[in-house]
Design a protein around this ligand. Structure first.
Ligand code: CTP
Ligand code: CA
Length: 222
């Protein structure tokens, strides 16, 4: 019923989100990933759908069920995530990067399982593309929202990411405050400054983010 009573702040809008971790293969049975649970991204996808948006959620490997009225595209690696985002993007009004995209991938993925040798093993890592920065740099960029999970100096890093990626809005949180749990404490950053939100369940934080982004979107005249 939650969705039934939600104000339709994003009616007629298309929202594309990324969520979860990415998994970068080392060999057929191993890889590099991170501890993102996907909960914040899924909560946000649900809140966008409840606000009346058409929602495409490009998700890395998580164990969560897809919210009602959300179209989910499952991916594994950052390169797959980037391709799925490109495919989902036409017609999008909003792009929200919630995924904890691996910053690096293994340069040469082994075709067969790597056998232990007793010696040290080195892996060469190459940088992954920044999916959010690429979307925001497009001539036809939708309204872009980034996330910044930091272990210190939240204001500096979150606002720095907002500026360097040219995003109208960033959601910042200190890790430890939100990761993996049911609650989250976030600060929103936009052209007007910083807006701390009260600690709350992720569903509630997601609704507050939607309210804020819908207001900025309307303000921008889009
Ligand atoms: N992001 C992305 N693609 C990447 C890396 C990050 O789309 N390859 C997005 C994330 O989804 C998030 C934002 O960029 O919305 C910030 O991600 P974060 O990892 O906090 O920042 P980075 O720019 O990767 O910088 P660093 O990890 O060094 O702090
Ligand atoms: Ca990163």
């Amino acid at each position: 019923l939650e969705g039934f009573f939600a104000p339709k702040l994003l009616a007629g809008r298309k929202v594309v989100l990324t969520a979860g971790p990415t998994f970068e293969a080392i060999d057929p049975v191993r890889g590099i990933t991170n501890t993102s649970s996907g909960k914040m991204g899924y909560a946000l996808a649900r809140a966008c759908a409840q606000a009346g948006a058409e929602v495409v959620l490009v998700s890395g490997p998580v164990s969560l069920s897809v919210p009602a009225q959300v179209c989910c595209v499952a991916v594994v690696s950052a390169l797959q995530m980037r391709a799925a985002v490109a495919e989902a993007l036409p017609g999008a009004d909003v792009f929200i990067g919630v995924a904890a995209v691996a910053d690096y991938r293994v340069q040469d993925v082994a075709e067969h399982k790597i056998k232990k040798s007793g010696d040290a093993l080195s892996l060469s890592l190459v940088p992954n593309p920044d999916i959010l920065a690429e979307v925001a740099a497009r001539a036809d960029a939708p309204f872009c929202v980034g996330f910044a999970a930091e272990s210190r100096d939240l204001d500096t890093y979150a606002e720095g990411k907002r500026r360097s990626k040219r995003l109208p809005m960033v959601v910042g949180n200190l890790i430890g405050d939100g990761m993996g749990g049911e609650d989250n404490t976030v600060v929103l950053y936009d052209d007007a400054g910083r807006h701390p939100l009260a600690r709350a369940p992720k569903a509630e934080v997601a609704r507050a983010i939607v309210t804020h982004l819908a207001a900025l979107l309307a303000q921008s005249g889009r």
